[in-house]
Design a protein around this ligand. Structure first.
Ligand code: F6P
Length: 548
């Protein structure tokens, strides 16, 4: 039982923000910038090597003051302290939430149930490093004596999205003579395509699953084992070609993987917060242990900033508060994440799980229904590609879509003028969204009056621009931690449990029930609703036809 918590909407800061937003609705970014020529220099924060320009939001200094008051009144400070102290703030699962311990340097002390977990974390990191180095150097041999050339991570959700995002993001730093693939979907196409051109003798599978019971992952793991044994013939080969990353040693053993080849983590690491745990084994093999430690140090730098910086200069707190303002007070339903960095092509997908599995909740910590919107929909694609597909709606559609632009000042592949053109585009988009194009400006271009309405941009569309120097393991760590803590900030203010995920359970249970019904040839009484029953019958009949 959790004790009942005070209503957010009754708090004085919330009420003040509602009144403030109502009067501020008429404000336009054009006017706000015109009235204050230094706005763009003031409404920004620079810390831990991250420059956040939040001046192109529909806010005034008063808005920021009220949002900071909301953070204080919501007890954000004590929630942050509770997380870092290892308190069981994931109340519905009775777990501590300590992804910050995964990147704590040796010497730090973080207790969970009286045990200092920092040495445990470093113990696993050391074991990962030995293994990663032996694969990278070719010292780790497959069953027939050939070195490993291909690494396939099998996992889903947090056990896939973090590894694949990090691999793509840090590909520049990866060992290029190794091939990395990521299999997540239970759709057989995923594993079929991942393995079809590979030699089993040179392939290593990393089975990544916190629980080691996830249907998709275990189905793919068994298929991978059968595929490997088709070539390698002997079950003794499994020890050389399969390793596991999990918290569940019993199930790992049950699958047939020697627990000596298992890399552990703990129940206080949420799946979507696990890319820097042993779940990052594929990342470490790709970029090497030293780069992996640089990634961790980037995470840690942002953790320390989040924990210690005053809220008015705290990057994750500000990012979270602005998201709350746009969502709860301006009615925005989504946030577009737009990295102008091709290597971050999987970052929006990664953020979708981080943000939406964390904050897509309908009750507060005490189980009371919320009276306000919680987690917005996060989505996005890298720039400039998105400009030529969905940006039309962001510029001229009827919905308000706040944007997070992410860019790096230095390219990893310096080719001609590419980078200047890329960055000119990101700055131009934020400018166009904020300031738009007025009727007078359109008419001054010589546009005929009948066409003018189509060419007008209202502007006043909010965006943040996050600028970093260069995409490195450390800056990736900072960026991910920035969003992790922004999610935390939002969840703390909404008073929800950002660390459980009960909403994924029902579909899993129903699927387990439907699988045998699809496979059955008996015309037994289907007990679903009429729509589901009809779909099952239709599927069976198409399957039967196909089998003829
Ligand atoms: O279905 C949701 C979920 O539980 C995620 O939270 C998690 O990241 C994913 O499934 C995978 O879980 P596991 O690592 O236990 O296989």
């Amino acid at each position: 039982m959790t004790e009942s918590i005070p209503s957010l909407t009754e708090s004085s800061a919330w009420k003040a923000l509602e009144a403030h937003a109502a009067t501020n609705r008429a404000l336009h970014l054009r006017d706000l910038f015109a009235q204050d020529p230094t706005r763009g220099e003031r409404l920004k924060v620079e810390a831990a090597g991250v420059y956040l320009d939040y001046s192109k939001n529909r806010i005034t200094e008063e808005t920021v003051k009220l949002l900071l008051q909301l953070a204080e009144e919501s007890g954000l400070r004590s929630r942050i302290d509770a997380m870092f102290r290892g308190e069981k703030i994931n109340v519905t699962e009775k777990r501590a939430v300590l992804h910050v311990a995964l990147r704590a340097p040796i010497g730090d002390k973080i207790l969970v149930d009286g045990v200092d977990v920092v040495p445990l974390v470093h113990g696993v990191l050391d074991k990962m490093a030995v293994f990663a180095n032996s694969v990278r150097s070719g010292e780790w041999k497959g069953y027939t004596g050939k070195p490993i050339r291909n690494v396939i991570n099998i996992g889903i959700g947090g056990s896939d999205l973090g590894p694949v995002m990090a691999y793509e993001a840090l590909r520049h730093y990866s060992q290029r003579d190794l091939t990395f693939r990521f299999v997540s979907n239970v759709d057989g196409t995923d594993i079929a395509e991942a393995t079809r051109d590979l030699d089993a003798e040179e392939t290593l599978f990393i089975i990544s699953s916190k629980t080691f019971t996830t249907l998709e992952t275990m189905t793919n793991a068994h298929t991978a084992r059968a595929w490997a044994l088709e070539t390698l013939k002997h079950s003794g080969a499994i020890a050389k070609h399969f390793v596991a990353v999990s918290t569940n040693a019993e199930e790992v053993e049950h699958f047939g993987i020697d627990t000596a080849n298992m890399f552990g983590f703990w129940d206080w690491v949420g799946g979507r917060y696990s890319m820097d745990s042993a779940i990052g084994l594929s990342t470490m093999i790709a970029i090497g242990p030293d780069n992996f430690r640089r990634l961790l140090s980037g995470f840690h730098e942002m953790d320390a900033h989040f924990r210690n910086a005053p809220f008015e200069r705290n990057l994750p707190v500000l990012l979270g508060l602005l998201a709350i303002y746009n969502n709860n007070f301006l009615g925005a339903q989504s946030v577009a994440v737009l990295p102008y960095e091709q290597y971050l092509k999987r970052f929006p997908a990664y953020l979708q799980q981080l943000t939406m599995e964390s904050n897509g909740k309908h009750v507060t910590l005490d189980g009371t229904g919320v009276e306000y919107q919680t987690g917005p929909i996060y989505w996005g694609e890298p720039g400039t590609n998105g400009q030529h597909s969905f940006y039309q709606l962001i510029h001229q559609g009827t919905r308000l879509v706040p944007c997070d632009f992410i860019a790096f000042a230095q390219p990893l592949n310096s080719i001609g003028r590419h980078h200047d053109i890329l960055i000119a585009n990101v700055f131009a988009q934020a400018e166009a969204l904020a300031f738009g194009k007025t009727t007078q400006e359109v008419e001054a271009d010589g546009t005929p009056p009948w066409l003018a309405p189509h060419r007008i941009f209202d502007g006043n569309r909010p965006s943040n621009t996050i600028l970093l120097d260069r995409l490195t393991p450390a800056t990736l760590g900072k960026l991910v931690a920035l969003y992790e803590h922004s999610v935390f900030t939002q969840g703390a203010i909404w008073k929800i449990d950002s660390f459980d995920q009960w909403g994924v359970e029902l579909g899993k249970v129903l699927a387990q029930r439907i699988v045998p019904e699809l496979e059955s040839s008996k015309e037994e009484n289907l007990k679903h609703d009429s729509s589901t029953n009809a779909l099952i019958r239709q599927y069976r009949s198409i399957q039967k036809e196909g089998a003829k």
